[in-house]
Design a protein around this ligand. Structure first.
Ligand code: GDP
Ligand code: MN
Length: 387
C-alpha cells in the first residue's frame, strides 16, 4: 500500500528524522498562502503515488507566491505522467509546499524487503537524486547493500559503515548513523515493504534532511495498523481496483487485451503464461478466490468488462469448492446484464462441469467452451483474430 510523500515525511519526522517545513494544499489559493508562509521562495511538489516527478515537471522551485499559485493551477488541472505512472499518468489532487533548502549533496538511502533472503536490507548510495536508476544500472558498485539479520537487528557499527560509505565524516556522519537506526526502527514498527529517502541531503549549513520520502506498507500487515486504510488517497488508485476490493476480489491491471477470470493465484499465473504462449496478451486478471458465489462471479465479470482495453474474456476456473454450473450462471447473468458481445472462452473443470458447459452453450452469448487450458487459449486467440 502506497502513501503520499507528505504522509511519509510525517512518519519519518515522528522517528526523529529531519524533514523540511511544509504544508499540504488542496487548492491553488492554499498553495499561494502556504508559499507566503514559507517566505515566498519555496518548492512546489505534486503529490502522486509515483516517483520521477522532478523530471516530469512535478517538483519545482519557485520564487514568489503568485508563481507558486500559477504552477499549482497548472498541476491541479492535469495528470502527471512520469516513467513510473504509465502513459495515462496520475491526477494531482494534493500539493506539498515546502521551504526551499540549500543543498550541498544528494544521497540515497532506503530499507526494503529482499524477497530472495526474506530479510530487510539497507541500500545506500553517495550518488542520490533523480538519476539513481541510472547509477544502479551503469555503476552498480556505487550502490551499497547490507543484509539485516532479523535476530540481531541493524547494529550501530553497520550503520556507521554505511554512513562512511556515503562519504560522510564528523558530526554529519554521527547524525547519519542515528538517522539510519531510526529508519530501521520505522521500517520494522510500521511494517514497511519499502521506506526510501531520495534524496537524503546534506544542506549547505551542514545538516541532514529527508528531501523526498516514499513509504510502501506491507499489505499483509495492514490489519495490524487500523489507521492505514484512512491514509489512502483513492484518487490515485485504479477505480476497478477499488471496486474489486469492495467485493474482496484480487484485480490486477496488465497491458494486453484479454480479460482473465481465474480462481487461485497459481492458476492465475499458469493462465497468464499459457495465454502468452499462444500469442495473446492479458489485459488484467481477476482472482475470484476459492468459494465465490454466483453474485461474486457476476461482479468479477462486470469489473473485467469495464476495462476498455478488454477485447475478449478468458475464464479459467477449477470447480473444487465452487461448482461449475454456479460459475456459468454468474457469467451469463453478468454478460447479459451489460449486453456483452465480446468473445468469451470458458475453460472449466470440476464439479457439475457438464451442467455448467450446457448452460453456457445454451446462453446465446458469443461464448466457446475450451476443453483444456491450451485449447481454451487457442480459442480466444482465434476468436480475437476473427474480430
Ligand atoms: P522525485 O523526482 O519524484 O523523486 O521528486 P524529489 O522530491 O526527489 O525531487 C526531485 C529533485 O528536486 C531532488 O532530487 C532535488 O534535487 C530537487 N529538490 C527537491 N526539493 C528541493 C529543495 O528544497 N531545494 C532544492 N534546491 N532542490 C530541491
Ligand atoms: Mn525523489
Amino acid at each position: 500500500m502506497n502513501i503520499h510523500e507528505y504522509q511519509a515525511k510525517e512518519i519519518l519526522s515522528s522517528y526523529g528524522i529531519p524533514v523540511p517545513r511544509g504544508r499540504v494544499a488542496l487548492t491553488a489559493d492554499q498553495v499561494e498562502r502556504a508559499a507566503k508562509e514559507m517566505g515566498g521562495r519555496c518548492v512546489v511538489k505534486a503529490q502522486i503515488y509515483a516517483g520521477g516527478r522532478g523530471k516530469a515537471g512535478g517538483v519545482k522551485l519557485v520564487h514568489h507566491p503568485e508563481q507558486a499559485q500559477d504552477l499549482a493551477k497548472e498541476l491541479f488541472g492535469r495528470r502527471l505522467v512520469t516513467p513510473q505512472t504509465g502513459a495515462e499518468g496520475l491526477k494531482v489532487r494534493r500539493i506539498l509546499v515546502e521551504e526551499a533548502v540549500e543543498i550541498s549533496r544528494e544521497l540515497y538511502l532506503s530499507i526494503t524487503l529482499d524477497r530472495a533472503t526474506s530479510r530487510y536490507c539497507l541500500i545506500a548510495s553517495a550518488e542520490g537524486g533523480v538519476e539513481i536508476e541510472e547509477v544502479a544500472s551503469t555503476a552498480p558498485e556505487k550502490i551499497h547493500v547490507l543484509d539485516i539479520d532479523p535476530f540481531t537487528g541493524l547494529r550501530s557499527y553497520q550503520a556507521r559503515k554505511t554512513a562512511l560509505a556515503l562519504g560522510l565524516a564528523g558530526s554529519v556522519c554521527e547524525d547519519c548513523v542515528e538517522l539510519i537506526l531510526n529508519l530501521y526502527r520505522c521500517a520494522l514498527e510500521k511494517d514497511c515493504f519499502l521506506v526510501e529517502i531520495n534524496p537524503l541531503v546534506v544542506t549547505k549549513a551542514g545538516w541532514l534532511m529527508a528531501m523526498d520520502a516514499k513509504i510502501n506498507f506491507d499489505d499483509n500487515a495492514i490489519f495490524r495498523h487500523r489507521e492505514y486504510p484512512d491514509m489512502l488517497d483513492y484518487s490515485q488508485l485504479d477505480p476497478l481496483e477499488i471496486s474489486a476490493g469492495k467485493y474482496d476480489l484480487a484485480y490486477i491491471k496488465l497491458n494486453g487485451n484479454v480479460g482473465c477470470m481465474v480462481n487461485g493465484a497459481g492458476l492465475a499465473m499458469a493462465t497468464l503464461d499459457v495465454l502468452q504462449e499462444f500469442g495473446a496478451e492479458p489485459a488484467n486478471f481477476l482472482d475470484v478466490g476459492g468459494g465465490a458465489t454466483r453474485e461474486k462471479v457476476a461482479e468479477a465479470f462486470k469489473i473485467i468488462l469495464q476495462d476498455s482495453d478488454v477485447k475478449g474474456v478468458f475464464v479459467n476456473i477449477f470447480g473444487g469448492i465452487m461448482r461449475c454450473d454456479v460459475i456459468a450462471q454468474g457469467i451469463i447473468e453478468a454478460a447479459s446484464e451489460v449486453h456483452c458481445t465480446l468473445p468469451i472462452v470458458v475453460r472449466m473443470d470440476g464439479s457439475k462441469v457438464a451442467e455448467g458447459k450446457k448452460l453456457l452453450q445454451e446462453s446465446g452469448l458469443n461464448v466457446q467452451v475450451g476443453e483444456t487450458l491450451g485449447d481454451g487459449a487457442a480459442r480466444i486467440v482465434g476468436m480475437l483474430d476473427k474480430n
